[in-house]
Design a protein around this ligand. Structure first.
Ligand SMILES: CC(C)(COP(=O)(O)OP(=O)(O)OC[C@H]1O[C@@H](n2cnc3c(N)ncnc32)[C@H](O)[C@@H]1OP(=O)(O)O)[C@@H](O)C(=O)NCCC(=O)NCCS
Length: 149
């Protein structure tokens, strides 16, 4: 298996992340939004995973006070099932907790069994629900949290 490299993403990675967004989501973020996140959002941290210089996955988080709000986690369909998302999340949580984050939270569609399985494996638990949260189909969002000791 090719070596997986996980590193902090910069503005120069915006297009690679946008390509992953389009491959992974029905309602992808725009290139402008991704560029803004990488260039101007002081609270945002993005990690990019590559294999042999190919972008295979990424994750974003907003850190405010002691709380980390996960914005997105995605792995290219051709590279799923190899624990890439898990390794990105593990690296991210290591970085954020060492920076003082004590609570991680995210929203996920109840229909997204893969993502829920990933988050549960990483210690997240469902603590709430937002009704009709997703604009493209009116689906609810589950609100999941992971609290550090
Ligand atoms: C969710 C996603 C990021 C998982 O990426 P991945 O690299 O394939 O996941 P991993 O291989 O790291 O899986 C880690 C764990 O997650 C769970 N998991 C992953 N895929 C799963 C699936 N299809 N069904 C159930 N659980 C699953 C398992 O517990 C797995 O551990 P295991 O293989 O030891 O059982 C990927 O499916 C994806 O990009 N989906 C589209 C984008 C998306 O929905 N992102 C989440 C938005 S909230």
């Amino acid at each position: 298996m090719a070596d997986l490299i996980i590193r902090k993403a910069g503005e120069e990675d915006a297009t690679a992340i946008w390509e992953l967004e389009k491959a992974c989501f029905e309602d992808p973020w725009s290139l402008d939004s991704i560029s803004f996140e990488l260039r101007e959002n002081p609270h945002a941290l993005y990690l990019l995973a590559t294999e042999e210089d190919e972008a295979v996955g990424y994750m974003g988080i907003w850190c405010l006070l002691d709380e980390g709000q996960v914005t997105n986690v995605a792995v290219h369909p051709a590279h799923r099932g190899k624990h890439i998302a898990q390794r990105i999340l593990e690296d991210m949580i290591r970085i954020t907790t060492s920076g003082g984050i004590k609570h991680h939270t995210l929203e996920v569609r109840p229909s997204n069994a893969a993502a829920i399985g990933l988050y549960e494996k990483m210690g997240f638990k469902t603590e709430g629900r937002r009704k009709k949260y997703y604009q493209n189909n009116g689906e609810d969002a589950l609100i999941m949290w992971r609290h550090e000791e």
